[in-house]
Design a protein around this ligand. Structure first.
Ligand code: GAL
Length: 842
């Protein structure tokens, strides 16, 4: 009996250990993984994912965005959970509107997508305070993202709340829901490195705490080389093919493949060529990667005061495959869709085992994947950024453009090359709609002492004072000037110097704006220094300090200061220098107009506005309001704010966000070649122009008539230059080589329907509801340039336009074969030709 008992004990213990420790690979759980891939319900998958952050668009936009993500070939949608949106006050939760997380996840499932939920709760994401509620900073004894009791308690509480919510809605895959993965923390590795031991124990704690919540699906930590089992560590970056997970039995995962980069006020707008993005993804997959997430697939908008930074722009477009307004960005979206289809054709071979690596030259290699059932897929890479390569593979030769990868789902035929874009390009336009606005204005007070004013000796830190209830904090003080001062008798004016920790500052003397200073993301600090006129007697110095989003990244970013911390001084007085830092200062949080809720329907009618010719222009600190009717149609809308300086906009009481077209983009915008290593400084646009000119107005925020538009302008601008515009496709282009591989052709051949080689086709498709109205350019031969600026080369088929005239005009879309016959015969035999065409959509 005795030994039997012991045996059973041992077996039970063994079973428990086995089930507990290797649940991830037993296949009992619905989502598991091994070295080659994640496994969902027993099926190995190459997972293609994209980030869409739910509060960066409206619930009305979600179904369409998710549909476009699915049609773009994604399997998964990834989002952070935005703590400060969900718990604006301790214990007061909000899950409505743009923060309806459950709805978003359910819509994803309806669209046929899985979800990767990055609970964090630290997000980073260029989101205000990295996603942390500002009140968290004031929890006694708290220290963020380290081995700190109060912080860990708050983090655990929120994480548990979210996990329980997901469970109760049965949203985990293990319950039949779409969530296949969760993330805890975000890019903590670099932070841990800075913090040392407490960082390390915090990371271990976070992993253990998360795993202990029993979601039934794996947890992920990105940029966390020491992520403890069973947590999967993942890579973020512009390229991640070099990455390998910390254990041989974990899949190779890329949580953030950056589709470009964010825009900051004052910075140019980054973009990333589709060819390079596709190359980086194909390279990751060919090197054994099995999960890739585009950050962002739809970037969207930092509505309200959700932008982090400081200085992060309101647009979070990110040059993503779906643009800020929800329209397809072509050719990026289409080129990735084609890539995804090519990868999926290779899936059976890709998930089956390690590839055979064959060198094809100094910069060229092939990787061949084979499955037991006989599937074979090959990737041929030319990593040389300067030259074409002709490589021998199997018993064929293949031409590889510079910095490109060809995909051969049958190890023979190329169906896709990352540098050969078969998808159409489109150019967008912003067309004014409706009549000009008829404005009314209201002057904000420049030195307003009222019930809410309070005083202190010396200068207060801004965030501690406002708790981020407003961007604005007034610092006001009195300066007595003796009538015997020399400058009053024709001498030099005294200098006022103000040092501020950031982010922007307007200086008023006796109610008059005397100057403005502001920092940048790189250096948020502000120094104001100027000769100012003061009168004999008492002068009022009023400093309006403005926070432009709270920091979201960096070691202990929660401790970074903002506001006028001093010193503040006057020099050039009879006495020499007078330090104002430690005298009595009066404070006021927010603007009078904010207190009055001028942005809202009821608030805006509580004061008297001036109209007609009295409407203020080029005047600082001015509120503007107008009403307008919703334009017909369903194109996305925006406000063109180019003639304004800096401020905020509201529509029907909802905040569109901060605007700052007065901050011009400084930087070097040059030509940008797709080939070669990309980083966020390589490809830039809008230098010398406003970093952000257009501000998204969600259609769903409008009613048919009488919409209230309110703007608060800090600098002084011309409101009559503001217009409502609709965004639509202006023209579409195709740029396709003869014999360029196309997936559809390969599919037709593989199915045995055709035996002869097939020529590629050009597909042109205008926006919904539009028609092709004219052919701007068409040339079959050796045309040059790119979409928008094509020109004929030395070889040009005389009848290049005819076929488009015949088959495209009057239609929403058309398809034309890229063959000499289609253009009236070969204009230059034995020369490699292509078709470039641009058609106008209206
Ligand atoms: C990553 C971070 C993201 C986002 C990104 C830049 O490091 O994880 O949340 O901030 O950088 O857009």
């Amino acid at each position: 009996m005795g030994w039997k008992h012991e045996m059973w004990d041992v077996i039970v213990v063994l079973l428990v250990v086995l089930l507990g420790a290797s649940w991830v690979s037993l296949g009992t759980a619905s989502v598991s993984y091994d070295k080659h891939s994640f496994i969902i319900n027993g099926q190995r998958k190459i997972l293609l994912s994209g980030s869409i952050h739910y509060p960066r668009s409206t619930p009305e936009m979600w179904p369409d965005l998710l549909k476009k993500a699915k049609e773009g070939g994604l399997d998964v949608v990834q989002t952070y959970v935005f703590w400060n949106g969900h718990e604006p006050q301790p214990g007061k939760y909000y899950f409505e509107g743009r923060y309806d997380l459950v709805k978003f996840i359910k819509l994803a499932q309806q669209a046929g997508l899985y979800v990767h939920l990055r609970v964090g709760p630290y997000a980073c994401a260029e989101w205000n305070f990295g996603g942390f509620p500002v009140w968290l900073k004031y929890v006694p004894g708290v220290s963020f993202r380290t081995d700190n009791g109060p912080f860990k308690a708050a983090m655990q509480k929120f994480t548990t709340m979210i996990v329980n919510m997901m469970k109760s809605q049965r949203l985990y895959e293990s319950q039949g829901g779409p969530i296949i993965l969760s993330q805890i923390e975000n890019e903590y590795g670099p932070m841990e490195y800075e913090l040392g031991a407490p960082g390390k124990s915090y990371a271990q704690w976070a992993a253990k705490m998360a795993v202990g919540l029993g979601t039934g699906v794996p947890w992920v930590m990105c940029k966390q080389d020491d992520a403890p089992d069973p947590v999967v560590n993942a890579c973020n970056g512009f390229y991640c093919d070099w990455f390998s997970p910390n254990k041989a039995y974990k899949p190779k995962m890329w949580t953030e493949a950056w589709t470009a980069w964010f825009t900051e006020f004052g910075g140019p707008v980054p973009y990333r060529p589709a060819e390079d993005l596709a190359y980086s993804v194909a390279k990751f997959i060919m090197k054994g990667g099995s999960f890739i997430n585009y950050y962002m697939f739809h970037g969207g908008t930092n509505f309200g005061r959700t932008a982090g930074g400081p200085f992060i722009a309101t647009s979070y477009d990110y040059d993503a495959p779906i643009d800020e307004f929800g329209l397809l960005r072509e050719p990026k979206w289409g080129h990735l869709r084609d890539l995804h289809r090519a990868i999926k054709l290779c899936e059976p071979a890709l998930v089956s085992g390690d590839p055979n690596v064959i060198s094809l030259g100094n910069y060229q290699e092939a990787r061949v994947f084979k499955s037991k059932s006989g599937a074979c897929a090959a990737f041929l890479a030319n990593n040389n950024q300067h030259s074409f390569a002709k490589v021998a593979f199997g018993n064929m030769h293949y031409n590889l453009p510079p910095w490109s990868i060809s995909i051969l789902p049958d190890c023979k035929n190329t169906v896709y090359n990352t540098a050969r874009v078969g998808a159409q390009s489109s150019r967008m336009k912003m067309t004014p709609v409706g009549r000009g606005f008829s404005w009314q204005s209201y002057n904000e007070e420049t030195s307003s002492y009222d019930d809410s004013t309070f005083t202190a000796t010396g200068l207060l830190e801004q965030i501690n004072t406002t708790r981020d209830a407003s961007d604005y904090l007034w610092y006001m003080t009195d300066v007595r000037i003796d009538s015997r001062e020399a400058f009053l008798k024709g001498g030099k004016w005294p200098w006022l110097t103000v040092y501020s920790a950031g982010h922007a500052l307007h200086v008023f003397i006796n109610g008059q704006l005397v100057g403005t200073s502001y920092g940048s993301l790189e250096n948020p600090k502000v120094t104001f220094s100027k000769a100012v006129y003061l009168r004999a007697g008492v002068n009022k110095i009023s400093l309006l300090s403005i926070a432009v989003g709270l920091p979201n990244v960096g070691p202990h970013f929660e401790t970074w200061n903002a506001g006028v911390l001093g010193p503040v001084s006057l020099t050039g007085l009879n006495e020499g220098k007078r330090d104002l830092t430690w005298q009595k200062w009066s404070y006021k949080i927010g603007l009078k107009g904010e207190v009055l809720s001028l942005h809202s329907l009821s608030g805006s009618s509580s004061v008297e506005w001036v109209q007609g010719s009295f409407v203020a222009q080029k005047q600082p600190l001015t509120w503007y309001k107008t009403t307008f009717d919703a334009p017909a149609g369903n194109e996305p809308l925006a406000l063109d704010m180019n003639t304004m300086g800096k401020g905020q906009i509201w529509i029907n009481g909802q905040s569109i966000g901060r605007y700052w077209p007065g901050y011009k983009a400084s930087g070097a915008c040059g030509a940008c070649n797709y080939a070669g290593w990309f980083d966020e400084k390589k490809c830039l646009s809008k230098c010398g122009e406003a970093s952000q000119r257009w501000y998204h107005v969600p259609r769903s925020w409008l009613r048919p008539t009488g919409n209230l538009l309110v703007a608060f302008e800090e600098w002084g601008g011309n409101p009559y230059g503001v217009s409502l515009v609709k965004r639509e496709v202006a023209s579409v282009c195709a740029d396709i080589y003869e014999w360029q591989p196309q997936l559809m052709n390969w599919e037709m051949q593989a199915s045995g329907k055709v035996t002869r080689p097939l020529r590629p086709k050009a597909h042109l498709s205008c926006g919904a509801g539009q028609k092709i109205t004219s052919i701007k350019f068409a040339s079959f031969g050796t045309p040059r340039g790119s979409c928008g600026s094509f020109s004929e080369g030395s070889c040009h088929a005389f009848h290049s336009y005819d076929i488009f005239q015949k088959y495209c005009i009057g239609w929403n879309s058309c398809t034309v074969p890229v063959t000499p016959e289609a253009f009236g015969g070969d204009p230059c035999p034995s020369v490699m030709k292509k078709l470039s065409v641009e058609v106008i959509c209206s």
